[in-house]
Design a protein around this ligand. Structure first.
Ligand SMILES: C[S@@+](CC[C@H](N)C(=O)[O-])C[C@H]1O[C@@H](n2cnc3c(N)ncnc32)[C@H](O)[C@@H]1O
Length: 240
């Protein structure tokens, strides 16, 4: 049995019944924009209708606000978004559908399922930037092991990310923040790019907000933004 078949996906796949318009978009757009697991083994350049310079990956894009804004700002980049919650996928499709004819968002593909399957299958060094923004915090101690930012996923990210690629994480949950820092800082593939408090307290200008973040800020909850760089492999480093 493949590793991906044995996994439990925690969280919802469906929420409230979709409005008919959203349900129609999902039916129409999924076949065109969703990747089958087998496609993930191939060359990401083949997923898009025109050449792209690099691949950026978003894990758990929610309603796709950040993904769509990044894709509109960077038409030269191909984006892969993973989100098993189909209501969120439908929301992203509504944004893509509403894009003006002159600037279609043709640089987004989705995997409407567990991002761990994507991390298992993508080619080595194929991802130039990865985003995991406000992953589910699983606050109870007995649920901590469900957290996405954890050694198996960091190992997989280290494999699929190109040397020098950036990993962006965000959370409003201070225990998950400590957990993220603990696991990322002890992982030898990742180097934290922060130089001072402003680097984690303020969202960089090229980092659009997400819905979860906006709700946290409205409640008065502080959010933290982390940027890590995938280190070059030691074997590839220049000799002294
Ligand atoms: C707290 S929400 C944040 C959504 C969005 N990033 C935002 O900031 O608004 C976490 C998201 O991660 C998704 N998620 C949970 N486990 C996942 C997995 N294994 N692969 C991909 N997405 C996952 C959930 O469905 C949910 O939409």
């Amino acid at each position: 049995m493949a590793k991906e078949d044995r996994r439990i996906l925690y969280g919802r796949r469906r929420g409230r019944r979709l409005r008919p318009e959203r349900a129609r978009l999902l039916d129409q757009m999924l076949p065109a924009l969703a990747l089958e697991p087998e496609a993930l083994d191939g060359d990401p350049a083949d997923w898009f209708p025109r050449p792209v310079r690099a691949l950026w990956l978003e894990v758990g894009f929610g309603g796709g606000e950040h993904l769509a804004r990044q894709a509109a700002t960077h038409p030269e980049i191909g984006f892969l978004g993973c989100e098993p919650f189909l209501n969120g996928v439908a929301k992203l499709f509504a944004v893509i559908d509403a894009a003006p004819d002159g600037a279609p968002l043709d640089n987004i593909r989705v995997f409407p399922d567990d991002a761990r399957t994507v991390l298992d299958r993508l080619p080595d060094r194929s991802v130039d930037r990865a985003f995991i923004l406000f992953p589910d915090p699983w606050p109870k101690a007995r649920h901590n092991r469900r957290r996405f930012v954890a050694p198996p996923q960091l190992d997989a990210l280290a494999r699929v990310m190109a040397p020098g690629a950036e990993l962006r994480l965000a959370t409003d949950h201070m225990d998950y923040l400590r957990w993220m820092l603990f696991h990322c800082l002890r992982h030898n593939a990742f180097e934290w790019l922060a130089q001072g408090p402003a680097d984690w307290r303020e969202r960089p200008a090229d980092w659009p907000p997400t819905r979860y973040e906006e709700k946290a800020l409205q409640r008065g909850t502080a959010c933290v933004y982390l940027r890590f760089r995938r280190r070059p492999d030691p074997a590839a480093a220049a000799p002294d």
